[in-house]
Design a protein around this ligand. Structure first.
Ligand code: NI
Length: 386
């Protein structure tokens, strides 16, 4: 493998994707570009959900199947990097690094196409849409049979908080599950001077917020991490009118689906209790979102071993669980999976993911291809070198 040619290619891919970002569920040109590149390699791309692009490469003998997944979507952010290859689609930006994820996955396709005789079994490459939406595109890929026949799946994120040259791994839960809730409180509106004639939904909402914040501290198991944040409260429109409705919305993060159910139940209990005592009514809409991403212990061990072999012990970072969510969980919920963090930060790249000045260190593309290909080949060949 000529690594410098591959690096050049991946940088070109990444900069192309970066210039033409598309948001979740609208990755039309992105998909078209990938499809064309795969066809140029003599491969036959297909799609599970109609929104993703997939392709398979067979090794030299039948065996297990591994899936490799990259996400394709950008964010509704106005880019401020000033880079020569900055976004040409106003208001849309690859501010999470998914442009790099696609470039690397195309790099892996090139690698395995050239090294088909070095592994048994087969590899399925999934370019997945809509990772940033809730629920994510992974659910559609899984429902359309994306994991059929797959024994293990690998995913990765270029990760700005880690310095370039380091690899972040973890066994067990690694990214949180994320739910969303919406609450409507129905009171009785009236004049601000005659509160006795009203049922004030603003006051009830305020009490509900205080009590909701006791769920983590008083209802959940203290050794089970969870976050509840209320990000939105709307009530009334002027100073002397008591409105008839208030709305609240928030997010729940957890590493155990059981926590979701418990929070949902406590929210309902709290709202029922407060509304009963003041004569109000409520509606609670709780959406169970992406489950937590859980890394398989054996795949974690393979990945860690390969990272140490390639880059040395000091480059491997044991990650803390991240409270962000990632729809890779729809895969790890069903089959063994491993989600790895690739350090792409440095002192010249201080802006985090989803920032309008976000950028990443492209020098990590080849090391990522080496790491993932070594791990995949090790898994498919049961550790034997063919
Ligand atoms: Ni991302």
């Amino acid at each position: 493998m000529d690594w410098s040619i591959l690096q050049g290619r991946m940088v070109q891919y990444r900069r192309h994707f970066h210039q033409y970002p598309e948001v979740s569920h609208h990755e039309v040109k992105t998909r078209g570009f990938i499809q064309k590149e795969l066809e140029l390699l003599g491969l036959k791309p297909f799609s599970f959900s109609g929104k993703d692009v997939a392709v398979e490469i067979e090794g030299r003998a039948p065996g297990k199947m591994v899936a490799l997944r990259a996400d394709m979507d950008a964010l509704p952010i106005n880019e401020e990097t000033g880079l020569p290859f900055a976004s040409k689609n106003n208001g849309t930006m690859h501010a999470c690094g998914h442009d790099g994820h696609m470039a690397i996955l195309l790099g892996l396709v090139h690698f395995f196409k050239e090294n088909q005789h070095q592994f048994n079994g087969s590899i399925r490459f999934i370019f997945q849409h809509a990772e940033e939406s809730i629920p994510g595109g992974a659910r559609e890929v899984v429902e359309a049979g994306g994991l059929k026949g797959v024994d293990a799946i690998f995913g990765y994120h270029l990760w700005q908080p880690l310095p370039a040259g380091t690899i972040g791994v973890r066994s067990g839960p690694v990214m949180a599950g994320a739910d969303e809730f919406n609450i409507r409180i129905f009171g009785k509106g009236g004049h601000g001077s005659m509160p006795n004639e009203t049922v004030d939904p603003t006051l009830i909402a305020a009490m509900a917020i205080m009590q909701i914040h006791t769920i983590v501290s008083r209802s959940l198991n203290p050794i089970e991490p969870a976050v509840i944040s209320i990000g939105e409260l709307k009530s009334g429109s002027t100073y002397n009118v008591i409105p008839d409705q208030a709305t609240l919305s928030g997010t729940v993060r957890h590493f155990n689906p059981h926590v979701s159910k418990q929070v949902h139940k406590r929210l309902a209990d709290i709202l029922a209790g407060i509304c009963l005592s003041y004569g109000a009514k409520y509606e609670l809409d709780y959406s169970y979102g992406d489950p937590p991403v859980t890394n398989n212990e054996k795949l974690y061990a393979i990945m860690k071993e390969k990272a140490i072999d390639l880059f040395g012990e000091s480059t491997v970072v044991e990650m803390d669980p991240q409270l962000g969510s990632e729809d890779f969980s729809y895969y790890t919920d069903r089959i063994p999976g491993m989600y790895t963090f690739i350090g792409v930060g440095n002192k010249d790249l201080p802006y985090g993911h989803h920032h309008p000045k976000f950028d990443l260190d492209e020098n990590m593309f080849v090391p990522t291809v080496k790491l993932l290909s070594d791990a995949v080949v090790h898994y498919l060949n049961n550790g034997e070198i063919l």
